[in-house]
Every structure is written in C-alpha cells, then in structure tokens.
Design a binder for this molecule. Sequence first.
Ligand code: 13P
Length: 341
Amino acid sequence: MAATHPFRDELIATASTIGTPGKGILAADESTGTIGKRFANINVENNAENRRAYRELLVTTEGLEEHISGVILFDETARDTVSDGRTMIECLTSRGIVAGIKVDKGPRNVFSGIEGETVTQGLDNLDVRAAEYYAMGCRFAKWRAVLKIDVASGAPSALAIHENAVTLARYAQICQQNGLAPIVEPEILMDGTHDLATAVAVNVKVQAAVIEALHEHNVLLEGCILKPNMVVPGQDCPTRASPQDIAKATITTLRRTIPPALPSINFLSGGLSEEQATVYLNEMNKLPGRPWTVAFSYGRALQKSVLEAWSGSADNVPAAQAALLERAKANGLATLGQYES
Ligand code: 13P
C-alpha cells in the first residue's frame, strides 16, 4: 500500500524554504548541559535568564533572515519570550525564518559489550511532542545520531550503524506524520587516527544505511533534510588533507549515496573552526554535480565569535549580533561558492 503523508505539500515547502540557495540553518539548540559548556568558556553562569538573554540576541539579530532560512531551538527556548513579550518562535517566523526544534534526548551507550557506541534516545511519545511543537509554530525538527570511527575495534559496528539508521528513520517518519520536516543527522565524529579514504568508506556505508532505512519507513525524501558531517581524516591522522581534498571526498560520498529527491544537505560543523567550516563549504559549492542545495546547519561555527563578543554583557549585544551576521553572511556566500577569505 502506498504511504500517505497528510502534510505532504507543507513538508515539501518547508524543506525547500530551508534549502533556499544562499541561506542555511543556525543550530541554536544546545541542551542545557551543552550551552553550559559554551558559557563556561566565557565565564557566564548557566542559568535560565542568561540562556534566555543569549538566545534573544540570536533570534532578534536584524538582517539574519538574509542568510538564515531556519533556526533550531531547544525546548526551553521554544517556550521562551523576548523582552517585548513575543515568543522566540514569533521573532523568527515573522521574518520568514522557519523555526525548528531539537527532539532527540541525546545518545546513550546501550549496547552491551561494545565500547563507546551509542543509540540516540527519545522515540517514546515523540508523536505527542511533535504535534505540540507543530501547534507552537515549529515546522522542522532535528535528531542527532552519533557514530565514531575506530579502526582498531572496527567501529562503527554493523549493529550501531543499523540501530542508528532505523532510529533516525522512525523519528523522521513520526515527525512527517505530524507536519515537521525532519533533519536527519547521522554524525560521524572527527576523533580518530583514520585517513581520508577510510572516512569516505565509512561515511558511504552509514549514509547508504540511513537512506535505506528512510525508504523502509516510507519517509518522503522531498520533505526531509540531511545533516551530515564533512568527510575529513581523523583528528589524529598524521596525513592532513587540503580543503579541496575534503570538499571532493565529501561530495563524492554524498553523490554515491544521497538521492537528488532530497532537496537540501546542511552540514554540521562538528568542531571545525569557523573559518574551516566556511572554506570547506565554499570549496564544495565550486564542484560540479550537486543535485541538492549544499549548505550549513552550524552550531559552534556560527556562534563561537558571537559568544566571545557577548561574554554575558547586555552592553555587548550589538557587537555579538554583528559577529553573528558576519558569520551568517560568509556561510551564505559559501553556499554559492562565492566566499573569499
Ligand atoms: P556543530 O555545528 O557545533 O557541530 O553543531 C551542530 C549541531 O546541531 C549538532 O547536532
């Protein structure tokens, strides 16, 4: 029986708006624990008011809509308001920026006998939560699966690849049934000693498994966004790769695995510096053979200099907003292959 998608047209429209050439996603969905780590770097206390003030400065940045098509929020922020009383979500949607929501509950080590591999939690009641987020004005969602490469132990194991692919597909299917376009994020960490060729081989295996699982679960690819890592040699690999090598390896991997039906590929930054994340993206967008929008969904690579400029002080909000606009504009240009460092 053919799958039914009650929100079909809206899902396609949402994914296509997010994939608007020249724009990408701001991932501002750090969990309370993760934003605490970012605040610790700038000596800011991790309390509700500081989190609110910081997220307010992000969502009220004037001109953000010129380079940012979507912002991913954490549950707390999605329920929060800015100083003039509007919800954070209203601040975004009134300017044509799509509001998104992180719905996963984090990776957990649940495999007995396998060191350090995880499956992401959060499927219980996801249908109820997705329907509530839709009613609040969110139109897309994010779920991050985490895999690692360890040549010595053979990670990622076939079990971890399979379980994470199926879990991502279950999440994507539940979100689509409730009107949220899913960001499917299978992150393969940069840690490790593996070389670029190994990274390509593992990334192809993981992406192929994810796409197969999406098909098995009747996920509408046209209403879906992929959020992969860039394909890089392991952080401790003695042989480094140029931005051109990384761009070619990444696009080759995606061409081998991701159907053109999926409209937009929005990379995570995964610990790359702000400049690296922009330059690698720009190099990819100079290569031929990209049937999808190739853009960004950066957390750290859009916020590092913003956090430093802000440092927890209201006086610094204009400087922090200027820093955000600068990174957003640079990455917007990189989605067109027009960034010049
Ligand atoms: P980074 O760009 O900092 O990797 O964060 C993106 C993200 O949302 C990870 O889930």
